[in-house]
Design a protein around this ligand. Structure first.
Ligand code: ATP
Length: 235
């Protein structure tokens, strides 16, 4: 379980997160929702050690994460799939996966095989450059690259960005399956609230860096005022 307490983060004079507190339970999908600039990406970057907080704590089980180096946080089992996917276009699918496996404690050939079984299209395209993949396939590759290190926590930043609705629906199904089958703790950042709330168990809404809602996804879906205020249209 990840516990975030009173986390404040700034970029110079811009305060991106203000005393943010919430829990992401083990084996559960926690959606982090909110408009542009709400602080969602900053939150994930702070959990994975890419940004240092001004104040507050982040713990993963008994480990304190805040102010640790990103490589140590990755070794503790936190996988981060950044917005825009972060795969290397000039590398083949397999080369991207090998890069992800550099942190892994698993046997590389077993690790590759597991990812090709989970995402068969990556197996078929293992020798192709990532530049040749569709948006949905690139997202799968980014997830597989994080998963090959056998994380216990997966941070997903806007995985649906730029994907067609059908591809997004498939991807969400995969995230749900992953969470259930591997008992992963998933923190899913989405601007597309409808998409995320379809699969999330719990949701946190950020507004200008503050938590304005922190509840079961079903309660947030049922709260029309909250949705209209902070999430726009939720279908
Ligand atoms: P988006 O969906 O647009 O990525 P977000 O909810 O992820 O939005 P953040 O990207 O975390 O929000 O940004 C939170 C605030 O911090 C915004 O006011 C943003 O302008 C500011 N910010 C983010 N990154 C930087 C940076 N590198 N330098 C200065 N300000 C930044």
């Amino acid at each position: 379980m990840i516990v975030v307490e009173e986390l404040s983060v700034s970029y110079g004079a811009v305060q991106a997160l203000r005393e943010v507190s919430f829990r992401a339970e083990t084996g559960v999908i926690t959606a982090v929702l909110g408009a542009n600039g709400a602080g969602k990406t900053t939150l994930l970057r702070t959990i994975s050690g890419l940004k240092e907080p001004a104040k507050g704590t982040i713990t993963l089980d008994e480990h304190s994460l805040a102010r640790q180096k990103p490589e140590n946080i990755a070794r503790l089992g936190v996988g981060h799939v950044p917005e825009g996917r972060g795969v290397i276009s000039e590398f083949t699918v397999e080369e991207n996966l090998r890069l992800g496996a550099m942190m892994a404690k698993v046997n590389l050939s077993d690790g590759l095989e597991e990812q090709y079984q989970r995402f068969p299209v990556l197996g078929e395209r293992r020798k192709q450059h990532a530049a040749k993949l569709s948006g949905g396939e690139r997202q799968m590759l980014a997830m597989a690259r994080a998963l090959i290190a056998q994380p216990s926590v997966l941070l997903l930043d806007e995985p649906s960005l730029g994907l067609a609705p059908q591809v997004t629906a498939q991807l969400m199904h995969t995230i749900r399956d992953l969470c259930a089958s591997k008992g992963l703790t998933v923190i899913l950042v989405e601007q597309n609230a409808s998409t995320a709330l379809r699969i999330a168990d719990h949701a946190v809404i950020l507004y200008l860096g503050r938590v304005v809602a922190n509840d079961a996804a079903s309660i947030i879906v049922a709260d029309e005022d909250l949705r209209q205020h902070y999430l726009g249209k939720v279908e």
